[in-house]
Design a protein around this ligand. Sequence first.
Ligand code: LLP
Length: 419
Amino acid sequence: MQPDTPHATFDGLDLRALAERLGTPLYVYSASAMRAQIASLQSALGGMNALICFAVKANPNRGVLSLMNAQGVGADIVSVGELRRALQAGIPAERIVFSGVGKTDAEMTEALDAGILRFNVESHDELVALQCAALERGVLARASVRINPDVDAFTPAKISTGKAENKFGVSIHEARRWFSARHELDHVELDGLHVHIGSQILELGPFREAFQRVAAFWKELTASGHPIASIDVGGGLGVCYREGHDQPVHAADYVAVVREALAGFEGQLLFEPGRYLVGEAGVLLTRVIRVKHGDERQFLVLDAAMNDLARPSLYDAWHDIVPVTGEVRPMTSYDIVGPVCETGDTFARARTLPACSSGDLLMIRTAGAYGASMASTYNSRPLAAEVLVDAGRYAVVRQRQRFEDMVAGETAAHHWETA
Ligand code: LLP
């Protein structure tokens, strides 16, 4: 039997009342939990010349970004869409770094015009394009080279980034050539290193290995007359998706690894955490639409689906799912699925929960990162609403999408034209 659940309130707010008022599926984020994560990292960084740039892709909601800004956190962006969101949320350009393998000329120009802190450059082609964009604008672009350290972070293959076979960054060998020729590109100040080896990393070893490689390269560059003003250690800190199973590393232990590997570095250290700052601070509230008793399995069909939270279907990712009910009920095994017409629309298989009936409220935990940010309208399902909760109060930071907004921009009539 399941005891009275402790999950009825979230950051001081009654979740049942919230779901009643705003409907489901509903993303709920705890401002207090986000601030606590930021504070844990900031306090570990005490005394260092360091800036945290939140990886906007994890949760680009401007309500979340403005919370980041209020805590002195900057932004790591990968598109002009993210740039505009960050700026609109008040994050100053000098706290914004631009990563990503496919920045277009227009995107680089817009970021240069905004005056961002620096570009994390991922290929020689991009370096040359950045020089052209900066030359045209008559400005100097500050740049870091993203090093691919060829380290295995033991993350799922689809989110691994730091191995030689991945599309990200360049080898130290190639980066060395860039520095030797850096004076040929007079509108790019190439004086930084960047590394990001993957996501949802639950061990310190891969970080240590990567940072040590970067440190050796920084020392080599300095010795050969190429001063390094900035080292960006990327993101990747894992969080707990499965209670009693995932053991995230502590911010203090992670920062100790950075301090040790980069001891003696006097420039600015940049950190790009995404998931760590927001993952555990968010839940997806959803109701059971139907309990289906199959011949072999029992299914819970939720009103949330793979379009709302893609991680389980995309990566086979585990998310704890718990009832938001105070009742004591017998434990039952369910396959927990969404209503989308795909077998992959499955949140969990053979998961044991207190027996459910239609209308019951559940929460899918650790949904604050790569949840709403990866949502789509597949099956013409409108994007879920998002709410920020702060010590018993809530603010809707995204209205539930209306049908009219979902189809805005489409036309049923065919206005044929020629190119
Ligand atoms: N910096 C760079 C250059 C990145 O590519 C990423 C994430 C981050 C920072 C932030 O990583 P984090 O601290 O959040 O691990 N959709 C996947 C995760 C993809 C991560 C992509 N890059 C998921 O849901 O697990």
